[in-house]
Design a protein around this ligand. Structure first.
Ligand SMILES: Nc1ncnc2c1ncn2[C@@H]1O[C@H](COP(=O)(O)OP(=O)(O)O)[C@@H](O)[C@H]1O
Ligand SMILES: [Mg+2]
Length: 249
């Protein structure tokens, strides 16, 4: 599904990713943990193709395709979804409009027919139900006045509608209370737990991993993956902290 090899990337001439290697096969949920400033969000942005992030070395292949060659919208049409640590507000555009445009643009790029208004609303209702988000919220402008938890749930509704094959979720659990965390975690499982899909889940906390059980856990530190293990590695990090676990490595 995703193969990252010796990736080096910089922002404004400062190297942030320093030879990062990571492979996620189909069907796996791979959690990335690591101290603040390690480069986790930078990795998500580089994979999403955000302007200003320059790859200087290495390769990223997505289902055998050179992902770094693709424009951000081409990556999305190819099945990549990026969930942000801080979802943006879009005044003047309703969630329903935004999501329908986004879905139909991707369908068009894949040579599929657009969904009609009725078909789209049915799909949106189904996914909103999954995330326990009221349809009235989807009629409001994108994220404007939404609480932290509502933004994250709306984002997961977006993920459900776009139905990606690879989701990169950057601290989707930040700002969520316990109940919202469970709803969002179960949403991720329902949408992305499938043999032909994969997730790169960036998180600081074990509590999300209690709901979304990772197949693998890696520690990202100073721009590199320094350790990979099973779900138990996340538990050790929570108990002992990054320094202790990395020193023991
Ligand atoms: N726009 C930017 N310009 C310069 N440095 C940046 C920029 N964005 C992030 N950085 C730096 O890159 C490093 C990694 O940041 P980030 O990827 O956000 O880390 P993490 O998500 O792991 O906390 C940090 O040292 C941060 O200060
Ligand atoms: Mg971050």
């Amino acid at each position: 599904m995703l193969k990252i090899e010796n990736l080096h990337a910089e922002i404004d001439g400062t190297e942030i990713l320093k030879g990062l290697t990571l492979e996620i096969p189909n069907g796996e949920i791979h959690a990335i943990m690591g101290p603040n400033g390690a480069g986790k969000s930078t990795l998500a942005y580089v994979l999403g193709g955000r302007p200003g992030y320059e790859v200087t070395q290495g390769s990223v292949t997505f289902n055998g395709q050179d992902m770094l060659e693709l424009e951000p919208h081409e990556r999305a049409s190819a099945g990549l979804f990026l969930g942000f640590q801080y979802p943006v507000e879009i005044p003047g555009v309703s969630n329903v409009q935004f999501l329908r445009e986004a879905l139909n643009a991707q369908r068009k790029a894949r040579g599929e027919e657009p969904l009609t208004g009725g078909e789209f609303l049915k799909l949106a209702k189904e996914k909103a139900g999954l995330l326990k988000l009221d349809m009235d919220m989807l009629k409001r402008n994108v994220n404007v006045g939404f609480s932290g938890g509502e933004k994250k749930r709306a984002e997961m509704v977006q993920m459900g509608i776009l139905d990606p094959t690879l989701a990169i979720l950057d601290e989707t659990d930040s700002g969520l209370d316990i109940d919202a965390l469970r709803v969002v975690g179960e949403g991720i499982n329902a949408i992305m737990r499938a043999p032909d899909k994969a997730v790169l889940l960036i998180t600081h906390y074990q509590r999300l991993l209690d709901v979304v059980k990772p197949d693998k856990v890696s520690i990202l530190s100073q721009g590199r993956i320094v350790r990979t293990g099973g779900a138990d590695l996340a538990k050790r990090l929570e108990d002992e902290g990054y320094d202790a676990v990395m020193e023991a490595a």
